[in-house]
Design a protein around this ligand. Sequence first.
Ligand code: 3PG
Length: 394
Amino acid sequence: IKTLDALDLAGKRVFIRVDFNVPLDEQGRVTDDARIRAAVPTIAYALDHRAKVILGSHLGRPKGKPEDRQKYTLEPAATRLAEILKKDVTLADDSIGDGVKKAVKDLGEGEVLLLENLRFHPEEEKNDEGYARELASLADVWVNDAFGTAHRAHASTAGMAKFVKEKAAGFLIKKEVDFLGRVLTRPAHPFVALLGGAKVSDKIKVIENLLGKADCICIGGAMAYTFLRAQELEVGKSRVEEDKLELARQILDKARARGVEFLLPVDHVCAEEPKETAKRVVVNDRAIPPALMGLDIGPKTLDVYRQRILAAKTVFWNGPMGLFEQKPWAEGTFGVARAMADSDGVTVVGGGDSAAAVEEAGLVAKMKHVSTGGGASLEFIEGRVLPGIQVLEG
Ligand code: 3PG
């Protein structure tokens, strides 16, 4: 796909759709600025090439209540971006209307205007044509760099593309598509995929798509118990999706038929309840006693997964191996992150919770790529065409 460096940006109004949907603390401060930092190469390039930069993003899911204006303002993101760029970032009070038009008119080359949360207008999520036209009227060039929102067909992520003269991908979208695309279409083998998280149903399409591509799939997180149960093993009080047992069986059969190594935990870290203070019990067996629930993969399992990761040339990871938010059940997740950090292969972390764990472990720089997408990276790995990327290709 064409990136913004293929265009002449000098003196032009360049609208960059970024994903500044970042977590905030109670004081409204940004607690993880990874997505803001990830957008900086594109923003800095446009500024260096004398563009008048207009940034658009959503934050959260405002519902139109009066207090939402304060709760979901992009002000914290504007502050953080200004610190990173060491430059003034003006926050507009809206995303369309006369005030915004005037602010754009007054914008000089090499200056940045951040529009207020696009979702303050419900038309954004409805991909309303009138709203898309209004946004497009602010700009000469539309650059999409919001990979995290590329799975949404909204006015700013897809709709406005057809109303601007020129369009291009930002460098973040390009990097994401390159790395995630490499995993899907030309992985170096052995290719190991680690999939965790709570539900089989969330990951089913990812598993199915990877069954045709990966040599080995390692399963962790609560969804492992559904797979173990599907094999008639006792899993105690572990979380199981009863209505997905048949589906789990089908996946196991498919993996066998295709010769894909499909690994499930061989031991577990358990407790009577999912609480930080509960007694931590390592169960040295596939089966879990009736009074306990599995909350993390055990040390033997981690060792097996680690060996697979170290022997692989491509590793893709999505979803925590246990309830990693609580320390007693975090070892599997952080252990997998460390093994990936020690790997020489192409290591790609598929966003969301796994990306947060890698960040928390201070291992981001040791990975080849950590996706900024949650839902977007999952849909990409499912093999779906993302609307925000599709409009860049046409
Ligand atoms: C995300 O955080 O996954 C993106 O910013 C998209 O947000 P949404 O799920 O509210 O559309």
